[in-house]
Design a protein around this ligand. Sequence first.
Ligand code: ZN
Length: 201
Amino acid sequence: MAKAIAGPEIERLIQLLARLPGLGPRSARRAALYLIKKREQVMAPLTSALQIALEKIEVCKTCGNIDTQNPCTVCTDPRRDMSVLVVVADVADLWALERAHAINAPYHVLGGTLSPLDGVGPQDLAIDGLISRAHAANVTEVILALNATVDGQTTAHYITDLLHSADVKVTRLAHGVPVGGELDYLDEGTLSAAIRQRTLF
Ligand code: ZN
C-alpha cells in the first residue's frame, strides 16, 4: 500500500476529488493542493456553493433537467419556441446544446437510451412524459437530438413509432462532416452518411 503523505482529512479530500470525471489520482492531488493553498479565495466559496447546490438542486418535473428551481429555468423561459420539443438522452446533452446556443426551445430529458444489452427498457426512460408533451396542441416538431450510436438510433426509431399518433413532425440531427473536419480522417460510416444527407449549396 502507498505511504500516506498527509493526514486522513487531506487523503479523503484527494480520494473524493479523484472520483470526479476527468480527474485521476495525480490531478486530484494537484487540485487538493490548490484548494488548500487557496482556502479563502476558492475552497470556502466552493464549499458553500456545493452546500447550496446540495440543498436546492432538483430534477425538473416537466423536462428532467437539473436546476435549483422547479420547473427549471429553461422550461419557464418565456422566449423559448414552445412549438418545438428537443429530446436528449441526458442532462449533459441539454447543457451542451444550450452552451452552443444551438436551439431556443424546451427540452425533454429521457434519462438514457434504450439498451437491451444493459437491460435498459422503455420503462426505465421518461418516454411516457415525452409522448404526452408531444400531444400538446402547440407542439409541431419533435427533434430527436440523440447520440449517433446504435442505442441512440434504436431509441430514436422507438420514439418515432410512438409519435405516429401525434400531429408532429419528427426530425433528427444531421450525420456528417464535423465543422473543421477533414474528409481524409473520417470513418467510412460518417463519410457515407454525409454523402447520403448532402444538402443544396
Ligand atoms: Zn424543465
